[in-house]
Design a protein around this ligand. Structure first.
Ligand code: IVH
Length: 670
């Protein structure tokens, strides 16, 4: 039996009412009805939906917790890369940023949008015709995980946007976090259930968002604030960042209240100072404030570098500090053989977590700070950064405390320790002979951002190497279930899972594969870049320093590391074995030719085609479209009644095109 019209109508009414009440309650904190009345409406809708299941839609208010657990997260490619932010740790660094912005824009005072830097996780929400259709984590900025079912459970995230002018496609970006109150309540619950508590709100938020069972996420007090947009079609949103945020807010998306327009460096400093004071009274963690050039046309002129925009900066707060004592100094051997002295500490609570180890960086740092066993020290921690020993409280030093000396031989393999001239880092010369280096290299290879071998954790890698089941990464693909199952504390089921996970990891991308090799200085972004530039492994392996250095963003040192790495026969052998074991990736798509790359256009006057259309056509060819003319402008495209920009173009001697000429240029026929 199909649903009668009256039921359809009532369901629509209930949707609207419940969405509105939900918004009033969770986003505006200003409810119109009692919880009991809300529940009654929800129950009425549930009853109608169970009677007429065909009336259930994905954006129904009942769907916030309805989904079944997943087996794993799907991948999402971000059409517009999710960038990160550069940091300014000091006032001078902020001044440097502001100067650069003024210089590039060729103006004296710039307007910035100022907002808090929330300490949570970046997510992207995709709305299609006003309906939430997908949510994803940031991942590596290019590819994230599909967390749609989990995001649906956040009551402050609208399943449907309200308003007339909602774009057809709207990708909203923001931070998901847990408040202090939510965090405490959550830890009370986990303690009551005898589970391990979360170390800080950020970890709790991350753990809650990466749940395969949305019913668990639904019980976690996750919140969100939106701080920008990604892909938007059918018209641009507004001319400035703050106007965009106002629009998001009008469509019922959660936006932080106190985003302010400030002017110049002085305005930025005032906002920063105010938030430094306010910080402890806020209901959630922030680790700084963010300044963004407010006008989009100016943002466009500034553009971005590898992973961060040049039009924004995070001014971070001073890290938090506490005093404790040094129980011992251990030497850890890293993936590249670097020996890192680590202070073992009397446990101390700092920056929201209990710290038991702190890095002393390298031999020079230890000597400079003169840290000795038994010393009272100040430990510093900022956000996710590894805790470090900031300084010694010298007045409290006990008599006879011995000075620290770097080891002459590797504590793991006994090889000689060497220190290259001009380098601060002492290294074990054992290379892959050293089990510590081997273990680190394998851990890196298997990690989530690299080959992503699920279930191959640090402990297991150590066991596999210690038991001589593997000597290098290629041996992983030869592991048999019964070999793994023979390890201590290893159940057959886990062994089966591990071999299956290894099998799955065989199919990867060239970028991930290059990253997983652990070449010195080649992080994720550089690995991606190399994959893009070379397109295939063979040509990367055969390249030389000059070719590498010609790539924007690759310096001489990293270029040399890359060439050295592939020059080493041992590495070539391991790569050969990996390929023979079936490691593979799809062909890399070469980015389209962009004949107008590096050219800046300014559009002025009334054009026959919509301005955004022309702008898009230019951008597809690699051109930048800016709102203001400068000496760096290559072309000004002039429509009817062009106004002052036309005059300025003539004054500066910038080439002037009419619309038809511009289209010819785009089609490559001029
Ligand atoms: S804007 C292109 N605004 O900080 C700019 N990010 O360190 C991209 N974050 O990945 C981000 N609060 O997760 C922006 N008000 C804010 C933010 C913010 C927190 C996070 C975000 C980003 C990270 C970069």
């Amino acid at each position: 039996m199909s649903a009668p019209k009256s039921a359809c109508r009532r369901v629509r009414e209930l949707h609207e009412q419940l969405h509105e009440h939900n918004y009033r309650y969770y986003t505006k904190d200003d409810p119109l009805i009692s919880d009991a009345e809300y529940d009654q409406l929800l129950r009425e809708l549930q009853a109608l939906e169970s009677r007429y299941p065909e009336l259930i839609t994905p954006d129904s208010p009942t769907r916030r917790v309805g989904a079944a657990p997943l087996k794993g997260f799907g991948e999402v490619r971000h059409e517009v890369r999710m960038l990160s932010l550069d940091n300014a740790m000091t006032d001078d660094e902020l001044a440097g940023f502001e100067q650069r912005v003024c210089r590039v824009l060729e103006i004296d005072e710039v307007e910035y949008a100022a907002e808090p830097k929330l300490d949570g996780l970046a997510v992207s929400l995709l709305y299609q015709d006003g309906r939430l259709v997908r949510a994803a984590t940031r991942g590596d900025g290019t590819t994230g995980e599909d967390i749609t079912q989990n995001i649906r459970t956040l009551n402050s995230v609208p399943l449907r946007l309200v308003g007339e002018d909602v774009p057809e496609t709207l990708e909203v970006r923001g931070e998901v976090f847990i408040s202090h109150a939510g965090f405490e309540e959550l830890n009370r619950q986990t303690a009551a259930e005898g589970q391990k508590s979360f170390v800080n709100p950020r970890n709790a938020a991350a753990g809650s968002l990466r749940q395969l069972d949305p019913a668990i996420t639904a019980q976690r007090p996750l919140e969100m604030f939106c701080y920008g947009v990604g892909k938007v079609t059918a018209g641009s949103l507004a001319a400035t960042h703050t106007e965009t945020l106002s629009k998001l807010k009008a469509w019922h998306l959660p936006v932080y209240e106190d985003v302010e327009c400030v002017s110049g460096l002085a305005g930025c400093r005032d906002y920063f100072n105010r938030y430094e004071q306010l910080r402890d009274d806020l209901p959630f963690d922030i680790d700084g404030v963010v300044f963004k050039v407010n006008r989009f046309d100016q943002q466009e002129v500034l553009g971005f570098v590898a992973r961060a925009p040049r039009w924004a900066i995070a001014r971070k707060f001073q890290p938090e500090e506490s005093e404790t004592t040094v129980l011992g100094i251990d030497i850890q051997v890293g993936r590249t053989g670097a020996l890192t002295p680590v202070a073992r500490l009397e446990p101390v609570f700092v920056g929201g977590v209990t710290v038991t180890n702190a890095t002393l960086h390298n031999e020079d740092e230890i000597q400079r700070k003169d840290v000795r066993v038994g010393d009272h020290v100040i430990v510093r921690r900022a956000g996710d950064v590894i805790p470090e020993v900031a300084r010694v409280v010298i007045e409290k030093r006990k008599k006879g405390a011995a000075k620290f000396h770097m080891l002459t031989h590797c504590p793991v393999c006994g090889s000689q320790v060497t220190r290259a001239e001009g380098e601060a880092v002492a290294r074990c010369s054992g290379g892959l002979f050293c089990p510590a280096q081997r273990k680190q290299a394998i851990k890196h290879f298997a990690s989530r951002r690299a080959m992503d071998v699920e279930g191959l954790g640090d402990k297991l890698v150590e066991q596999l190497v210690d038991e001589a089941l593997i000597a290098d990464v290629s041996d992983l693909y030869c592991l048999a279930v019964d070999e793994v199952a023979g390890l201590e504390r290893m159940a057959t089921k886990s062994a089966v899972n591990l071999v299956a996970a290894l099998d799955k990891s065989r199919t990867t991308t060239l970028g991930r594969f290059v990253f997983s090799l652990g070449i010195r200085g080649v992080g994720e972004a550089t690995a991606q870049l190399l994959a893009q530039e070379f397109g295939e492994l063979e040509s990367l392996m055969a390249t030389d320093v000059e070719t590498l250095e010609a790539i924007h963003d690759i310096g001489p040192i990293v270029a040399q590391h890359i060439v050295d790495f592939f020059g080493e026969q041992h590495n070539r052998d391991v790569i050969g074995k990996l390929l023979a074991a079936g490691v593979n990736w799809p062909a890399v798509e070469k980015p389209r030719e962009q004949p107008l790359a590096g050219k800046t256009f300014v559009l002025t006057g009334t054009l026959t085609m919509p301005r955004n259309k022309l702008k898009e056509k230019l951008q597809v060819q690699g051109a930048k479209v800016s709102g203001s003319i400068s000496k760096k402008t290559d072309y000004v495209v002039v429509g009817e009644n062009p106004g002052s920009k036309h005059d300025k173009a003539l004054q500066l001697g910038v080439a002037v095109l009419d619309e038809a000429e511009c289209l010819q240029l785009i089609s490559g026929k001029s």
